[in-house]
Design a protein around this ligand. Structure first.
Ligand code: GAR
Length: 200
């Protein structure tokens, strides 16, 4: 059984995609042992509660400085003793200590075809705004291992999604989620659980 901890910051549709895929067997031999949010009001926490998954919020505002926040975050992960940490819309730069401790055991979903529209400042809707502003005709999503950089770790899976005339950032975000993110993230976890993708 692969034990996964899922880190979230917002709506949690990628978390939901994982929950649903475990429920209907598209992800086998996997258990979500904890959901960790850096936002107390993240809807993702409600999704976890509805699915009966233990969830905790570790908010920066509850800690006097960055160091103690980062230590608490790592502590929340360590306590769950996961085999794999999944960043599913987690908009916090990970502590280097955590990256080192969980090397090749942390994966992230990013809503573009890396190396396009990634790195510092590219998250959520901003990624789709940038893709539309540049006028690219194809975008997509990427699952990658997390290293010390922002979106620089080894790429595991990508899926392309077409852009159409008249797309707004919101419309494009929804298409990228439906056609790419909600598919390749569960697929990757299933392949890790099956030993087809090696983790650290
Ligand atoms: C998703 O589109 C995810 O790819 C993106 O944030 C959104 C979270 O949505 N992540 C990043 O931009 C990371 N750089 P969700 O909370 O509904 O899963």
């Amino acid at each position: 059984m692969l034990r996964i901890a899922v880190c979230v910051s917002g709506g949690g549709t990628n978390l939901q995609a994982i929950i649903d895929a475990i429920a209907d067997g598209r992800i086998a031999d996997t258990e979500i042992v904890r959901v960790i949010s850096n936002k107390k009001d993240a809807y993702a926490l409600e999704r976890a509660a509805k699915a009966g998954i233990e969830a905790v919020a570790v908010a920066r505002t509850d800690y006097p400085d960055k160091q103690s926040f980062q230590d608490a975050l790592l502590g929340a992960v360590d306590e769950a003793a996961p085999d794999l940490v999944v960043l599913a819309g987690f908009l916090v730069v990970l502590p280097e200590k955590m990256v080192a401790k969980y090397r090749k055991r942390i994966i992230n979903i990013h809503p573009s075809l890396i190396p396009s529209f990634c790195g510092d400042g590219f998250y959520g809707l901003r990624v789709h705004e940038a893709a539309l502003a540049r006028g690219v005709k194809v975008t997509g999503a990427t699952v990658h291992f997390v290293d010390e950089g922002t979106d620089t770790g080894p790429i595991i899976k990508q899926k392309a999604v077409e852009i159409f005339d008249g797309d707004t950032p919101e419309v494009l975000q929804k298409r990228v989620m439906e056609q790419a993110e909600w598919k390749i993230l569960p697929e990757t976890i299933n392949e890790i659980a099956a030993g087809k993708i090696k983790i650290g």
